[in-house]
Design a binder for this molecule. Sequence first.
Ligand code: NFE
Ligand code: MG
Length: 507
Amino acid sequence: MSRTVNISPVTRIEGHLAIHTETEPVAGGHRVTSARCEGEMFRGFETILTGRDPLDAQQITQRICGVCPISHSIASVRAQEMAYGIKPNRNGRLLQNLVFAANYLQSHVLHFYVLAALDFVDVTAVLKYTGSSRALRDLRRWVKAALDRSDVFPAAPFLPRFEADYVKDVNVNWTLLAHYVEALEIRRLAHEMAAVFGAKLPHSTAIVPGGVTQAPTLERVLAYRTRLKEIGRFVEDVYVPDLVTAAQAFPSYWKIGGGCKDVLSYGAFEMDDAGALRFPSGVVRGGVWAPLDIAHITEEVRYSRFDSGTGLHPSRGETRPAPRKPDAYSWLKAPRYQGQPMEVGPLARVLVAYHSPDGQAVRTQVDALLKKLAVKPAQLHSVIGRHLCRGLEAQWLVAQAHQWLDELELGAAPAKDFVICDRGEGHGLTEAPRGALGHWLSVRNHQIERYQCVVPTTWNCSPRDDKDQPGPVEQALTGVVIANPDHPIEPARVVRSFDPCIACAVH
Ligand code: NFE
Ligand code: MG
């Protein structure tokens, strides 16, 4: 019998997301025939910004999210820099990159260990394991305390959980769980590392148009470098090996959750004054790279709870909430590129780099890794592929951040001066940990006239568009076979592989 399977709320993500699927019976369970992603809340940051001092923008937009605040500050100051006609100076560019890289490392480690790994490891099994390491003792104590309580939410984040085919091998399970505890400490170090040049985290007060507010000192460089070395050790010795372990333990997830397979990246991390990017920009469709043209970006709202104009370019975008709009089922708009849904995020960035004309080094590294895992590049379009690409990015950013530290000029100005324009327009494009992030700004009488954000999870978790095309996560869910519809672990794993942040997506 066909059946509706809902996951509401989807836990271990940021924000409020519900997944609604229709399924049909097949051998081995129920196959998803259609899926809907519902972003359940309106926030209104774009409206809040109207009429304010433009310099408030990088402070206010960071409050969209505590996980990726630096992404919003970078997009915001890039939009302002374009409006004011400036670019960061050399130190400003390097220092912004260093704060941003630290925020990425925090976010990727958070996602794999704290949010996604509990879909695969059997956390309750830890109670049966003997051993006296501090990590194991800590974990046993937490899990036991959580399980012993009988309140309404007795054991978050460990229980309730879906019954599933968790890891059975004791060594693999125990190792991943010990790394879960270690990851909490690594994440703290990454936050501290961002605060070394960003003044505080979350919500840095230091990022400004043209750079940051404080000059680099030897003391701060050392403070950043010691933490970076520790995080780098974790990425090399723990995170990437754990991703390989997960890939080998769950090989079926190389084939599950492929999605729309068209990907987009705005590019991020400026390498020089001419704007060369460490993470390149572009779109890849059918395995073919093409340059990005932002004139092709629109947001459609047929199924979104807005009565704004549909199909508008973000520079002309509108935000008019319509909570009772008939047929609308989400507070996310539906961003499209040439009218098509596009996946964004680490997988998109790795594929854009892999297929780009200058991608030889990336192709060599990725091909070697995939050969070791005995899979083809096309299989990166999968749950495991998305996790693996985050690990690759973490490796790249650790190495790159060491170089950026070497390039800093101690004591020299950390920012370019600027004057807020009377009238002007600008857009700031970057790559947040979860994908392509753009802020579009217009200034009149020294005030914000219009502010529009098009955010990574808005792309990925978008609802259907004006042509009824499902969004990327909706497409990735379609075809997934759920073994036990009362415990839909398979769609949960697919959704979490995108690392959704609905707080960002609805902004
Ligand atoms: Ni709230 Fe964010 C990232 C941004 S996601 S986490 O990464 O921008 O849509
Ligand atoms: Mg928006």
